[in-house]
Every structure is written in structure tokens, then in C-alpha cells.
Write a protein that binds this ligand. Structure first.
Ligand code: ATP
Ligand code: MG
Length: 421
């Protein structure tokens, strides 16, 4: 016997016992996007490999070791998207919707990274991403942060903290890179293999290391904030002013550099301590150079992405997800004539009342066995139809969740009756 085929490691089914939680979260997210007038964009899941290597950066975790890259039948190198920003910019440039326009966009869907699977880290995971184009001021950075804060509040989440930092202009960051390289060169023997390799190509990433052995050397490194250009400094001050005024708590984390090359000026992360090491549930920032780098006109941009698995498990652990809706009616049908009439009646009821959730029995059986299924389904009432009831144009209503005598209701009055159960 051959072994059953299993799903791919780190890629999961969402079963019905979980999917209602996703739907709850998704509708909260959609509502939030609407209130801030952000519009959905849907991009393909597969893109040219060059899109990601060029935008995310060659010397990053994602491009160095996490991408699902394969050769198409015509020899082109394709990649399952590891994140959405690059695709969104590509789509925006290609369609022309970024040119001289203001855009507030969002997308949601699966992302793919070949990482070691563990809690909060999967090979197929899901993000909702938000990208804004054409706005260079700190206000839009603040809007992005305020809207995530409002989202946590609407979901009832507490205990997520905000870390922010400014990476400065590209020029300031390049100057700082030289200073950082000089510093780390002096402490080369303390660096791990990854950091030594990145020393010249991407020294900022060393600041972002998750290796605790590097904590001291990283903590003592010169701080980017001391080398910021004036424009970035003023931009960052304004952002902080808005956050202060709005009562949003934050800490400035000088080592927050984010793992992708395209960021400049503002970067931020929302972090929780409740999920262990995988504590970042939302990350974002400004990426003014990327649109031009991918062939568009010079366009300021800023955005963020929320890791939905992490957000969902946080909501779940805190008991913040409402129970799924239970069905209202289980339609019990006894005998062929009732089976035919019952199917038509159930359909009619659904048309007349869009809010009702109705299950039709669809599998014969005795009254007892049908009622057992009705009970198990969680329905509030069973609507019972037999030969007798059909001939009198009536149904029997049996209450399944409350102590109340069953009663006869005429088919004509059934819809009105069911509105009040
Ligand atoms: P991390 O530091 O945890 O690896 P990252 O910096 O690689 O995160 P981003 O590329 O900024 O993550 O993605 C934004 C968010 O997407 C993360 O904050 C996280 O919530 C989520 N995320 C990233 N990678 C994964 C993954 N492999 N599995 C589940 N969620 C993920
Ligand atoms: Mg990562």
C-alpha cells in the first residue's frame, strides 16, 4: 500500500474548526480598511525572481535562503512571493496607478518562505499588507500606525507594544554604514558567521541579529540616530509628536532596522511577548526609493504588513474570538413526499429570510435519527415535515435548546414565526 500523500511541511490546511476564526479576523480587517478608505489590490502569487532579489536585497534572509524559486517551462526563473510590497509596487508601476496619484492600497493572501517551521513561523503564511503611495510626509506614517493601534483596540487586543526608529535618508544611511563597518571591523572576532558575511554588504542587518551572543557588541555600536540627516530628523520628530498627541505609547529602538533593504526614514514594529520568540505581529515603514528602483517615477511610499497567523493565535489565546454562528433550523423530512416538499420549503425560507441558517436533512432515516442529527448540528429548532403535515400545509416546530412544547405552524406563517425564534 502506498503511503497517503501529506501536506507540505510548514503549509497548513485551515479546517472548519479554525476557518470561522479567520473569517472573523478578515471581516474586522476589511471593515478597518474601509473606514480609512484603503482599496484592495490583488496580485499574482508567482512573480519573476528578479523582482524580489532586486527590491528586498540580495543580502537578506529572504533572498539568501528563504525563497521558493523554480524554473518555469520556458526557463524563466519564477518565485512564490515571500512578501507583498514588491509585487504591489510592480503592479502599481505596470498599471500606471501610482503616477501622479495618491493611493492607499491593501492586499491579503499567502506568502511563502522556506524557514524552519515552528510556532508562529510557517512556510506558507498569510499577511494583510497596506501600501500608500504619493505621500512623503510624516502624517501618513502616523496614519499607518494609528490605524493599526485602532485595529488592536477594535479587536480587544492589549499588551502589544510599538517600537519605532528612523533609518534616515539613503545618503545618511550609507554614511552610517561606513561608520558601522569600521566599528564591527574592530570587533570582528565577536561576530558570528552570518554577521561576518554581512559585515561589508549589509552591516545594518547585524544590528537586527537574533543571536543573544552578539547583544553586547550590538548594544555598544554607534547609533544611527546620531547620524540622521536633518530632513529625516524633522520627519521623525513630527511622527513622534502625532503619536504623543494621540496617546500612542512607543519606544524608540535604535537597533530596529528591518530585514529588507528598501526601507528609509520611519520603520516600526508591533510586538507582543505572549507568542515567544515570534513576537512581531506587524511590521512596516517608509520606502521612498523603491518605486523608482522598480522602474516607476520617483514616488514616496510607506506601508506595513500584519502576520495573520500570529495575530490570530494571539486573539485565540486571549479568548477574543467570538463563537461561530450556530444554525437556526434543521429541516426533518419523513417520507418521499416530505423530502420533496421539504427541500422546496427550506429553499423558499432561505430566499425570504437571508439571515436564517438552515440545514436540510438530505439523508433519510427515522424521526429519531434525524432529530439526533438536528440536535448535534446545534440548530435552535427542528422543522418537521411528514405526510400528515404536508396534506395540511403545516410543519411541526420542535425546540432543541429550550424546554418548550412543540407546536404546529402553518406553512404560510412559518417565515414570520421563524423570525422570532
Ligand atoms: P521575523 O523577524 O519574525 O522573521 P520578518 O522581519 O521576516 O519577521 P516581515 O517580512 O516584516 O517579517 O513580515 C511581516 C510580518 O509577517 C511579520 O512581522 C510576521 O508577523 C509575519 N511573518 C513573517 N514571516 C513569517 C513566517 N514565516 N510565518 C508566519 N508569519 C510570518
Ligand atoms: Mg524573517
Amino acid at each position: 500500500m502506498s503511503k497517503n500523500i501529506q501536506s507540505i511541511r510548514g503549509m497548513h490546511d485551515v479546517l472548519p474548526s479554525e476557518s470561522f476564526k479567520w473569517q472573523y479576523l478578515e471581516s474586522a480587517l476589511f471593515a478597518q480598511m474601509k473606514r480609512y478608505n484603503y482599496h484592495e489590490i490583488r496580485m499574482p502569487i508567482v512573480e519573476s525572481t528578479a523582482l524580489f532579489s532586486r527590491s528586498i536585497g540580495e543580502v537578506t534572509d529572504i533572498v539568501e535562503k528563504e525563497m521558493y524559486t523554480f524554473e518555469d517551462r520556458n526557463g524563466d526563473s519564477l518565485t512564490l512571493r515571500p512578501e507583498g510590497t514588491a509585487s504591489c509596487v510592480r503592479a502599481g508601476v505596470q498599471s500606471g496607478i501610482l503616477h501622479n496619484q495618491l493611493q492607499r492600497l491593501w492586499y491579503m493572501g499567502p506568502m511563502f518562505r522556506h524557514e524552519r517551521p515552528q510556532k508562529g513561523r510557517y512556510r506558507q503564511f498569510h499577511q494583510i499588507g497596506v501600501e500608500t503611495f504619493g505621500m512623503a510626509n510624516a502624517e501618513i506614517d502616523a496614519e499607518l500606525i494609528l490605524m493599526t493601534a485602532a485595529l488592536w483596540e477594535s479587536l480587544g487586543l492589549t499588551g502589544v507594544r510599538l517600537e519605532i526608529n528612523s533609518l534616515g535618508s539613503n545618503e545618511a544611511r550609507n554614511n552610517y554604514k561606513e561608520i558601522l563597518i569600521a566599528y564591527f571591523e574592530k570587533h570582528k572576532e565577536q561576530l558570528d558567521e552570518d554577521s561576518q558575511r554581512r559585515l561589508y554588504s549589509n552591516p545594518l542587518r547585524i544590528l537586527d541579529t537574533k543571536n543573544p551572543d552578539l547583544k553586547e557588541v550590538v548594544d555598544n555600536a554607534p547609533k544611527l540616530s546620531e547620524y540622521l540627516d536633518d530632513e529625516s530628523r524633522i520627519h521623525f520628530e513630527k511622527l513622534k509628536n502625532i503619536l504623543d498627541r494621540a496617546g500612542i505609547d512607543y519606544v524608540v529602538n535604535a537597533n530596529l532596522v528591518r530585514g529588507l533593504d528598501y526601507y528609509c526614514k520611519t520603520v516600526f514594529e508591533w510586538i507582543t511577548d505572549k507568542l515567544g520568540a515570534q513576537g512581531t505581529i506587524c511590521a512596516g515603514g517608509r520606502y521612498d526609493g523603491l518605486v523608482q528602483q522598480l522602474g516607476g517615477k520617483d514616488t514616496p511610499a510607506a506601508g506595513y504588513a500584519i502576520g495573520l497567523e500570529r495575530l490570530l493565535s494571539l486573539l485565540d489565546e486571549d479568548g477574543l474570538i467570538p463563537d461561530p454562528e450556530t444554525p437556526d433550523i434543521y429541516c426533518v423530512m419523513l417520507g418521499e413526499a416530505a423530502e420533496i416538499e421539504g427541500m422546496v420549503l427550506a429553499d423558499q425560507l432561505r430566499k425570504e429570510n437571508a439571515d436564517l441558517i438552515i440545514i436540510s436533512n438530505c439523508m433519510g432515516g427515522s424521526l429519531k435519527s434525524q432529530l439526533k442529527k438536528a440536535d448535534k448540528s446545534g440548530a435552535k429548532v427542528a422543522v418537521i415535515l411528514g405526510e400528515d403535515e404536508i396534506s395540511k400545509s403545516e410543519v411541526i416546530i420542535k425546540y432543541l435548546r429550550q424546554k418548550q412544547e412543540q407546536q404546529l405552524v402553518s406553512v404560510n406563517e412559518l417565515n414570520t414565526f421563524l423570525k422570532n425564534i
